[in-house]
Design a protein around this ligand. Structure first.
Ligand code: DGJ
Length: 378
C-alpha cells in the first residue's frame, strides 16, 4: 500500500483512541455467565471473589487465574466500581512472592480472598485460603494480609491453621476427651466413620496444629465483631471463628456447624436479625446443589434448609458455586449472590454468576435471570 493511503488510516486509528471510541462501553446491566469486561476491555479476573463497600466505592477482590492453571502466579486482584456494572482494574492487591521460602511463593494456591475494613485501626484486612507451593490442598491454611488502602498493596502477615490448642465451644466434654483415632473408626463413609466425624475426630486430630481451613468467607456483624467461616475437618464440617478486635487473628472462640455435612463455599448475610448462609456441596470444580443454613446467633445453633435456588438449573446452582453475598447500598433488603462458573480447562475464562436474592416468607430464594439491573430491588 502506498504511504499516501496509509496516512489517513493512521490518523483514523489515532482519532479512535483519542476520542475514547475504543474504550469499554458503559454497562448498565448484569448478564450472569457472559464475559464481563473491565475498563480496559478485558474479562474481569477476580474469581472466588468477595466484595467490600467503602466510602462510596465497591471493591471486588478475587483470585487471578491464568489459562492453564488455577494456581496463584500473580495473586489477589482488585477492581473498583461506583455502580456495580462498570469495573476499573485496580491491578494486584496482594502479590505472590518470588522467594521460595515464602508461604505465598509464586505457584502456590490462593483461593477465595475476602477483605474487611477495621474502623479502629483504619486498616483493610484480607483473609484467604492458602496452600503451599507444590503441596496440593494438604496445608489447609488461612492467610492474612493488611493494607492502609483498599486497593493495596497488602502486606502478607501469616498463613497457618486456625485456633491451635482451642476446643470448639459446641463440642461436648465427652467428645473432647475421646481417645479414639481416625483408624479406630474404620473406612471413610461407613456409618461408624460418620459418627466419628460428628464426634469431632478431625478436631481432636488437629487440636495442637490448629484446625484445617479451606473455602472461606468473612463476616462483620452490626456490632463490629468479625468472623471467619471456613470448611474445616477435611471439608466435612464448617467452622465459624471469631476474629480479634483488629481482625488480624482468631480469638480461640469458634463453633462447628453441620459436622459431616460436607459444605464448601460459604457465603453469609444478615437480614432482620437472622443470619443466612448459602453453601455448596463438595464436588471439586463441578457444580452441585446449594444449601441454606439459618441461625439467630452467628455462633449457633444453625439449622439446615434445602437449596434456596429454584427453577430451571437450580439443582446445579445454575452451573456455579457461591462465593459471597453482599448488600447493595442504599436499597432495602437488597442482597446479591456472587458465584463462580469454574472452567478448570481454561481458568481465566471462568464466568461470574451474580443473581439478586429474593425473599419468600422471609426466606431467601434465588432464580436465574439472563440479564438484570438494580431496579429489581425497587
Ligand atoms: C471447590 C472449591 O470451592 C474451590 O474454591 C476450589 O478449592 C476447588 N474445590 C478445587 O477443586
Amino acid at each position: 500500500m502506498e504511504s499516501k493511503m496509509l496516512k489517513p488510516i493512521f490518523i483514523a486509528i489515532f482519532l479512535l483512541f483519542a476520542t475514547g471510541s475504543f474504550a469499554q462501553q458503559k454497562q448498565n446491566t448484569v448478564s450472569p455467565g457472559e464475559l464481563w469486561k473491565d475498563d480496559q476491555g478485558n474479562h474481569i479476573n477476580a474469581h472466588g471473589g468477595g466484595m467490600l463497600y467503602h466510602k462510596g466505592t465497591y471493591y471486588w477482590f478475587g483470585e487471578h487465574k491464568g489459562e492453564k492453571s488455577n494456581n496463584a502466579y500473580v495473586g489477589v486482584t482488585c477492581y473498583s466500581s461506583k455502580d456495580l456494572y462498570n469495573w476499573k482494574n485496580e491491578s494486584v492487591a496482594l502479590a505472590v512472592e518470588d522467594n521460595p521460602e515464602s508461604l505465598i511463593y509464586k505457584g502456590c494456591i490462593i483461593e477465595r480472598p475476602k477483605v474487611i475494613y477495621n474502623d479502629q485501626t483504619k486498616k483493610f484486612v484480607m483473609y484467604f485460603h492458602s496452600e503451599l507451593f507444590r503441596r496440593g490442598y494438604e496445608a489447609a491454611y488461612t492467610g492474612v494480609a493488611v493494607s492502609d488502602k483498599a486497593t493495596g498493596p497488602y502486606q502478607f502477615l501469616s498463613a497457618a491453621r486456625v485456633n491451635p490448642g482451642y476446643w470448639p465451644l459446641n463440642m461436648s466434654q465427652d467428645h473432647r476427651r475421646l481417645k479414639l483415632k481416625a483408624e479406630d473408626y474404620g473406612k471413610w463413609w461407613t456409618p461408624k466413620w460418620r459418627e466419628g466425624v460428628e464426634q469431632g475426630l478431625f478436631v481432636r486430630e488437629n487440636f495442637y496444629s490448629g484446625q484445617m481451613s479451606r473455602d472461606m468467607t468473612l463476616f462483620v456483624d452490626d456490632n463490629g465483631k468479625a468472623y471467619q467461616i471456613y470448611s474445616s475437618e477435611e471439608n466435612l464440617t464448617l467452622q465459624i471463628a471469631e476474629l480479634s478486635n483488629d481482625y488480624t487473628r482468631h480469638t480461640g472462640k469458634y463453633i462447628r456447624v453441620e459436622p459431616g455435612g460436607h459444605n464448601e463455599a460459604p457465603a453469609i448475610f444478615k437480614r432482620n436479625g437472622k443470619y443466612f448462609m448459602i453453601t455448596s456441596g463438595c464436588t471439586g470444580w463441578d457444580p452441585n446443589a446449594a444449601r441454606l443454613l439459618v441461625a439467630d446467633d452467628i455462633l449457633g445453633e444453625w439449622k439446615l434448609y434445602p437449596n434456596p435456588c429454584v427453577g430451571a438449573g437450580a439443582e446445579l446452582t445454575f452451573k456455579s458455586q457461591g462465593t459471597y453475598i453482599f448488600p447493595v447500598q442504599g436499597k432495602k433488603d437488597a442482597f446479591i449472590f456472587m458465584a463462580d462458573r469454574w472452567r478448570p480447562s481454561n481458568p481465566i475464562d471462568g464466568r461470574y454468576i451474580w443473581l439478586p436474592i429474593q425473599f419468600e416468607n422471609d426466606f431467601p430464594v434465588i432464580k436465574w435471570m439472563d440479564r438484570w439491573d438494580l431496579s429489581v430491588f425497587n
